[in-house]
Ligand binder design. Sequence first.
Ligand code: AMP
Ligand code: MG
Length: 401
Amino acid sequence: MFSFEEARQRVLERIAPLAAQERLAVKGALGRILAEDVRAPLDIPPLPNSARDGYALRGADLASSGSIYLRLVAEVPAGQYCATEINAGEAARIFTGAPLPPGADTVVMQEYVQHRDDVVEVPAGAVKAYDNVRPRGEDVHVGDVVLERGTFIRPQEMGILASLGLTSVWVHTRPRVAVISTGNEVVEAGEARGPAQIFDSNRYSLIGLLETLGVEAVDFGIIRDERDELRQAFLSASAQTHAILTSGGVSVGAYDLVRDVLNEVGVIDFWRVKMRPGGPQAYGRIGPAYFFGLPGNPVSAMVVFLEIVRPALWRLMGRQEWQPTRFHARLRETIRKRPGLMEFQRGILTYAEHGWEVTTTGPQGSGILRSMVKGNCLIFLAEERGDYERGEAVWVEPFPI
Ligand code: AMP
Ligand code: MG
């Protein structure tokens, strides 16, 4: 049996990023992963320009005491290039974003000066040489690698791509991931439910999680605990998708057939992890498709997805080294725990006077999906540790939004 860290490492090591790429409009690239290094074809800003509304002047003209008087020789609105040279004793009216005229290297804010006819009075101390000027290339230098291959495209990446004048980029194609629920007791919401049956929640949570990652989820429905039906579903999913996500049927019961069938139509790598919730899992492949067999309990399925499957899918998507946000929070209660399993309890994180604090959501049974609903984070409790005391610092990881 692997520790949680070993299991995650092992799953990650066996994943190769998808090679397929497509060219997308920058406007449609949110949440995708860049498949190329993006180099700057120009400087940003392209010319030194004013950060303020005011007056452009020569820093060398500024006096250490007393006002100076400068003659206005030009006016430069944003978007216009002014070729008039600013000589000693001269200034230009200038507005935010307008390029500095030749000779000028400093902008004094309009609030600090007196302007009469074509003369501005700049009092001593109103400005220092080079103030309020955004140098050429301050943000980006031509030739810089502005974004590296493997970058996750957030709104700011869309903005910077557009600022470089680019309208389209190469991105990795989105993996298609099959989602399969298993179990004779599981029925689809909206359909007739027998007295001993439950509605399927896992496919809904898992499809939601896949969509937060920007993966294309392919719904393969609910499959009964029958070898033939499982075999058929697995083979058909492996022919149509890059990865298969199942829930249920990976434990040691007589009807837990997922591992058996995986072994028959593909290869199983390992199936047990020293973690709670979610000990029994099944990893392997069917042909070229990766197989992630999640536990059936609704909380276990989500936790294992977040902590093992999610990093694996990021890797499949071509995303560079990626760590979820984790930080320390102070426990507001004592947590009972036995050494031997890494635990992921659901917590409620709040910001208090002295920093982050966390409580558990209450009962932590792996079938209590309301612990995920009430909670906003996972609390990490180390495998080798026993009880955690109130007041101790613990690692927490906020849920994805
Ligand atoms: P299993 O590992 O298949 O024995 O499932 C463990 C527990 O999770 C059982 O109580 C199942 O009824 C429950 N379960 C399995 N699949 C689902 C599902 N798709 N939605 C909700 N609960 C499930
Ligand atoms: Mg089952």
